[in-house]
Design a protein around this ligand. Sequence first.
Ligand SMILES: COCCCN1C=C(N)c2cc(S(N)(=O)=O)sc2S1(=O)=O
Ligand SMILES: [Zn+2]
Length: 260
Amino acid sequence: TCSHKNRYASLHPLWQSPITIPGGSRQSPINIQWRDSVYDPHLKPLEIRYDPASCLHMWNNGYCFLVEFEDSTDKSFITGGPLENNYRLKQFHFHWGAINDWGSEHTVDCKVFPAELHLVHWNSCKYSSFEEAVMEDNGLAVIGVFLKIGAFHSGLQELVEVLPSIKHKDMLVEFDEFDPSCLLPSCPDYWTYAGSLTTPPLTESVTWIIKKKPVEVDEDQLEMFRMLLFTSLGEEEKKMVDNFRPLQPLMDRMVRSSFP
Ligand SMILES: COCCCN1C=C(N)c2cc(S(N)(=O)=O)sc2S1(=O)=O
Ligand SMILES: [Zn+2]
């Protein structure tokens, strides 16, 4: 197991006692042990089709900030990769730390990244709504992208500039014409495994697709995430940081790689 540095010391009440759900056999996040992952030559390339016009708004839900998409039709979706069907984009959000030494949910060979992007999609072929898909096997597909400190990211800057307007829990702002594919690395390589939501309801309905290559953002951009608050206007201010779940046991799961 990875050394549990004091990155778990100051977690959001949600994760003070890492909630383990009774009978959970495929919980997320996990440490991806590169040498234990199995190359699967049958994995297809992931196809990503996002329409910037389907972007609706950005809001602070008291745990992270998220950008939500109009999902009444297959305007923005993914298919291919490990997926049997089309999965419609519902929202994307991030997890990050109080400092750059930690923040990601998944780790690779116990390496922690300062932040992690999650693009949440639901199986619009098998289910008629996101709410239904969240509870069902193979209902969701989440793409995970690691963030590392490096060059300024012009696409991310469009999000960063809006953060001050959603500083407090439940604040929402209109946001449109944003194409989240600008947040993905150009390298197609990924790992995939069967897992769960990393926040309540922790349902075991997620096909995880974790990109091998991180994207670079600069430290001022990541520092802007930390100006957000978990708390509502008028409450005692609590900075929105360390909103990641502790690592969960792999149990008898296999992690497949799309690359040899
Ligand atoms: C009916 O909706 C129930 C709420 C479920 N959702 C809320 C989250 N916090 C959430 C976290 C997710 S994560 N961190 O596992 O990607 S995906 C996801 S979500 O599927 O969008
Ligand atoms: Zn997430």
